[in-house]
Design a protein around this ligand. Structure first.
Ligand SMILES: *Cc1c(COP(=O)(O)O)cnc(C)c1O
Ligand code: SF4
Length: 381
């Protein structure tokens, strides 16, 4: 960008203050400042309706990455941040809803979601560096007051809930993006969590390394380091997002003893191919990030057009297995509607189980017959 010093560019507060937002921000990104192209301006009118429901926002960093690969929906970065008419006009899946996981109901106190007995999730903030069009919490973007830990009373209620529930051993800071808070605010939350003796592990879910890597400052990691074990879970969806800047951010986290793993989402037109996912998973491993989950696209209103079939996802994962190392392979999972939790989607290598035999599919397609019973008898003798 013209007239911006690298000092400003590398300052995450400058990035936040200069985010492209609303219809004007969208026009700037699309180079539509002068309104010459009537076809595209018509589309802009439609997009005004979309962003009334699901706002538009992108950091200058992620916008510049987007510009490198063309201003159209074939560009995987563009597709993740530029609103589409499909968000309001695509026929929703019958099970799609604003809140398919009933997070609202699983919230015993505001800003805390408790679905699994040993893990609790906290909503640190509703802010993000950029709004991803496929986001499963996009319902929050227009709610006037999402309950988050920014509210002092909610923060105290959440902490006393955690203190009372001795079965909770892991706390997940989520949002929004917790890294949008100031380092001081994050520190305050982490200190409160660490004061609860039975909490063993803190996990932070953030997309900042992808959409605003300059947020990962030396000051931030020096603070996080004091609260270890802290696991960072980030959200790369495409190998083009693994930039020099992102790599520096990841390296800072790793060098401070903060393990980094990745949750990607399988998105039609972004990463639903063997080549792209292979590049993503191996590229992540190469910068020290462990691919953890590949989510099947959630049945969330406004994101249905991103969904592939489960069969397509399983076929790709099946082809990858054996071609790339096990450390590059995430679990392909589907967060089930009706708060049923996550299901692992995989081509079962077990073909059948009969009379003490298990039939397994090998790499070349041959079936291997494994006798379980015989093995037990042999060890008894
Ligand atoms: C996914 C999820 C978790 C974390 O589950 P893991 O399998 O440990 O990653 C925790 N709480 C809620 C509400 C979730 O949706
Ligand atoms: S960063 Fe995460 S929470 Fe924020 S819009 Fe993207 S997917 Fe949603």
């Amino acid at each position: 960008m013209n007239g911006i010093s690298s000092y400003e560019w590398d300052d995450w507060k400058w990035q936040l203050a200069n985010s492209l937002k609303g219809i004007n921000g969208l026009k700037t990104l699309l180079n539509l400042d002068t309104d010459i192209d009537t076809d595209r301006c018509d589309a802009i009118d439609g997009l005004k309706e979309v962003i009334k429901r699901y706002p538009f926002k992108v950091s200058p960093y992620y916008a510049s990455l987007c510009r490198l690969y063309g201003l159209n929906f074939k560009n995987p970065i563009f597709k993740q941040i530029v609103p589409s008419l499909n968000e309001i006009s695509y026929p929703p899946h019958p099970l799609s809803s604003k809140d398919p996981f009933r997070e609202g109901e699983l919230s015993p106190v505001p800003s805390l979601i408790h679905r699994y007995s040993d893990r609790a999730l906290l909503l640190a903030t509703a802010q993000c560096a950029s709004y991803c069009r496929h986001c499963n919490r996009k319902r929050h973007w227009i709610e006037p007051s999402v309950p988050t830990l920014l509210n002092r009373r909610y923060r105290e209620m959440a902490m006393s809930y955690l203190a009372k529930n001795k079965a909770i051993r892991e706390v997940i800071l989520s949002g929004g993006d917790p890294f949008m808070l100031s380092t001081e605010s994050i520190k305050r939350i982490l200190s409160m969590i660490r004061a609860i003796r039975h909490i063993e592990v803190i996990r932070i879910g953030t997309r900042a390394p992808v959409t605003m890597p300059m947020r990962v400052t030396k000051g931030l990691v020096a603070m996080l380091k004091k609260f270890r074990p802290v696991w960072i879970n980030t959200h790369f969806n495409h190998p083009l997002e693994i930039t020099r800047e992102a790599t520096i951010a990841i390296d800072r986290l790793l060098c401070s003893g903060l393990p980094v793993s990745n949750q990607a989402v399988l998105l039609k037109g972004v990463n639903n191919s063997y080549e792209v996912l292979k590049g993503l998973f191996t590229g992540l491993q190469a910068i020290g990030v462990r691919p953890y989950y590949l989510f099947h696209c959630d049945p969330v209103m406004g994101a249905d057009h991103f969904r592939t079939t489960i069969k397509e996802g399983i076929d790709i994962m099946d082809r990858l297995w054996g071609k790339i190392g096990g450390l590059c392979m995430p679990f392909y999972v589907f967060d089930l509607p009706d708060a049923e939790g996550k299901a692992i989607l995989s081509q079962n290598h077990i073909i059948s189980r009969e009379n003490g035999y298990i039939y397994l599919k090998g790499m070349s397609g041959n079936v291997v017959k494994w006798e379980e019973k015989g093995h037990k008898q042999a060890t008894k003798k």
